[in-house]
Design a protein around this ligand. Structure first.
Ligand SMILES: [Zn+2]
Length: 72
């Protein structure tokens, strides 16, 4: 590999189960972290105390604090 350019791409990842944000085409990658997080939030992910949770974990709710559970 002679490519010296750095390509740092971000994908939103669930804090709980470590699942990456993906659609039917694969994992969604973004040029910056904010874009990755925003895209995930638009698809039902949740940011809680700086931690991102996927819809599956939100549906579980077990790991979320009681206050947050009520909100969902
Ligand atoms: Zn998750």
């Amino acid at each position: 590999m002679s490519n010296t350019r750095r390509h740092t791409l971000y994908s939103a990842r669930c804090f709980h189960c470590r699942t990456s944000h993906f659609n039917e085409n694969g994992i969604l990658l973004w040029p910056d972290k904010d874009a990755a997080v925003n895209a995930a939030l638009e698809e039902g992910w949740l940011m809680h105390r700086g931690r991102l949770y996927c819809p599956t974990c939100i549906a579980d709710k077990q790991h979320l604090p009681p206050k947050q559970r009520k909100k969902l």
